[in-house]
Design a protein around this ligand. Sequence first.
Ligand SMILES: Cc1cc2nc3c(=O)[nH]c(=O)nc-3n(C[C@H](O)[C@H](O)[C@H](O)COP(=O)(O)O)c2cc1C
Length: 119
Amino acid sequence: MVFGGAVRLSLYRKKAWFNNLNKNEMGKKVLILSSSPRKGGNSDLLCDEFFKGAREAGNDVEKIFLKDKRINYCTGCSVCSMYGKPCPQKDDAAEIIGKMIAADVIVMATPVYFYTMSA
Ligand SMILES: Cc1cc2nc3c(=O)[nH]c(=O)nc-3n(C[C@H](O)[C@H](O)[C@H](O)COP(=O)(O)O)c2cc1C
């Protein structure tokens, strides 16, 4: 998790992390979820830097800017929790969940707004 409000990711640690990410010489599938409403804002810039580093290290990287997606509110219908079935809503969530399941590494970046992270 990368917090746009209080980032403490030193360049040294970042480099070490990328090297570790690619330790097995096989590119990993990395999914970056950029959750700030501000495209090009602090969290999103961190995502872009992470994207570059992870790709340079030979990984297969994708960033999703969540505000560009249509994600409805949960209606509490319980289809998923009670019956283990996919969400009946026809929004972009299913596609994103599929990508999360397929990813080896998921990076979630959020600004801190009013003491908490993005919903
Ligand atoms: C509406 C709003 C609420 C914020 N609330 C907090 C907060 O509670 N704590 C904090 O440390 N920073 C807070 N900040 C500062 C942001 O976390 C900070 O500017 C962050 O880098 C913004 O990220 P972004 O450019 O990705 O949106 C707030 C900023 C905004 C605009």
